[in-house]
Design a protein around this ligand. Structure first.
Ligand code: UDX
Length: 477
């Protein structure tokens, strides 16, 4: 990067997981497109994957001198699986290894105040609270981004209230009881919709403590970016604004980027996948009838038991619909099956479906043949489905996924939530009924398109963010 004294230099630091890196790389490109100079900081593990499986170098070469990819260690071995059930271990590594390295980098290293191109503003995943500490220490403005759903962020912010009201006690009994201490979710939120780490009812649980503590941090930031749009979650956003008034709702980020690139006649197909995408499934989709295929994927972190996978498979086969299943080699719990499940399913599936390890998901959801999505409810997956008007069947695993499934069914009416019941009859029933929600899904997709188009709320908020990075946040806070 050329010397940038006096010009904005933005550091973007995503949570080093697939979903957050996907959406924050889109944000990085949106900001490059607006002429901002960016250093995108990832862990060594993510760095090697991006170089190996994506076109990141060529993609950003169209913004000469405006993008630099940098990396930092997380101290974990390269072959550590970094799966969902290992989150606490990963948080520990980020706190003990990455934090001191980051601090050094920002105070005396390449990005520090005495470097040729000092960082003038930081955008970091808000769950990495240490980035706010370091930013405050060196007097650089910091904008948090939360890549989980805003409805879940709001629950995390309310965890102290839930504990105080005794609503985290005895979670395992009466999971249908309504929860009343999350303002804005009265009559919607049940115990079963809270993150699963709330279920044992132990308020001292390290996950509860971590997510509660880190979510309060947003009020220390100069602003908060959310990957959503006003029309989707207006009422909830007004609650979040009480904690962090300077809110930039600029999503859905992937659609926003697509729209702005199209306006500049720049091609859009690109990926941030940490795995090799198997594009052969697109050719298979080309041969299917419009809206006839159920796409199935449980994201990048979840692991299921072999029994659960088999119930879903039988439900899909019994429904008579065709299906495309992206099933990662490491997505079945190891003690249940030593990596052989995909081969087993592939054989039994040949007539009705197609199985791949990792799909080009955005392209799959945009394909005419796809009529519904059986999803784990990761926030990126939900937004990608919403934008294509594809109704969902929700089978959540952890974190924000349980509340996301509830909002999909109860608030947005764009899918069916089968959480806690993984049974072939339920899968079959839902597959048969989910397409009835197509009309509502299409209307929601139209709202998303409006939000990211000129004159829309997300479009305007991104322009405001760019302006703030260029002027308001240029000389400290
Ligand atoms: C989980 C969460 O539930 C999410 O909300 C949170 O922010 C991080 O942890 P993950 O399992 O990665 O995330 O799900 P999701 O947020 O949906 O992200 C997965 C991404 O991988 C999506 O952008 C999806 O398009 C992509 N993907 C998934 C593929 O490209 N191919 C696949 O086969 C599966």
């Amino acid at each position: 990067m050329a010397e940038q004294q006096g010009l904005p230099h933005l550091l973007i630091f995503p949570l080093p997981l697939q979903g957050p890196v996907n959406s924050m790389l889109k944000l990085a490109e949106l900001l490059c497109l607006s002429g901002i100079y960016i250093t995108f900081l990832v862990t060594d593990h993510v760095h090697s994957r991006l170089l190996r499986f994506t076109d990141i170098q060529t993609r950003f070469s169209r913004y000469p001198g405006r993008f630099r990819l940098d990396s930092i260690s997380d101290g974990l071995p390269e072959d550590h699986p970094r799966l969902g059930h290992q989150l606490m271990e990963m948080f520990h590594a980020w706190e003990t290894v990455t934090k001191p390295l980051f601090r050094r980098m920002m105070t005396s290293g390449d990005l520090g105040p005495d470097s040729r191109s000092p960082v003038t503003c930081i955008i970091a995943d808000g769950i990495l609270g240490f980035t706010i500490d370091v930013a405050k220490e060196i007097g650089v403005p910091v904008i948090c981004i939360r890549t989980i759903s805003p409805c879940c962020l709001w629950i995390f912010c309310c965890l102290p209230k839930l504990i105080q009201a005794g609503e985290l006690r005895s979670q395992e009994t009466d999971l249908d009881a309504l929860v009343s201490s999350v303002p804005g979710m009265e009559g919607i939120l049940r115990r079963r919709d809270l993150p699963t780490f709330c279920r044992p009812g132990n308020s001292a649980d390290p996950m509860i403590q971590l997510f509660s503590r880190e979510s309060q941090q947003i009020s220390r930031a100069n602003g908060l970016i959310l990957n959503t749009f006003e029309d989707l979650e207006g009422p909830l956003l007004s609650h979040i604004r009480k904690l962090c008034p300077n809110l930039y709702t600029i999503g859905p980020l992937h659609l926003h980027l697509k729209t702005r690139l199209a306006a500049e006649s720049i091609s859009t197909a690109s990926s941030a996948s940490f795995r090799k995408e198997d594009k052969s499934c697109l050719a298979w989709l080309d041969k299917q009838e419009p809206k006839s295929v159920i796409y199935v994927s449980f994201g990048s972190l979840a692991t299921a038991s072999k029994d659960q996978i088999m119930e879903i498979w039988h439900g899909l086969v019994n429904s008579g619909k065709r299906f495309l299943w992206a099933i990662r080699g490491d997505s079945v719990a190891e003690h249940d099956c030593k990596g052989g499940i995909a081969a087993e399913l592939r054989q039994g599936t040949a007539e009705k479906g197609c199985i791949v390890d990792w799909a080009p998901q955005e392209e799959v959801l945009a394909h005419d043949a796809v009529g519904a999505f059986l999803t784990h409810c990761g926030w990126n997956s939900i937004l990608e489905s919403i934008c294509e008007g594809v109704p969902m069947i929700c089978w959540p695993f952890f974190l924000d996924q349980h509340i996301n499934g509830r909002f999909v069914e109860k608030v947005w009416n764009v899918g069916l939530d089968m959480k806690d019941v993984c049974d072939r009859r339920m899968v079959e029933k839902m597959v048969k009924h989910v397409m009835e929600l197509m009309g509502c899904a299409e209307r929601t997709a139209e709202m998303a398109r409006r939000a990211v188009s000129r004159g829309g709320s997300s479009h305007g908020n991104l322009d405001r963010l760019v302006e703030d990075i260029r002027s308001k946040y240029l000389n400290g806070n």
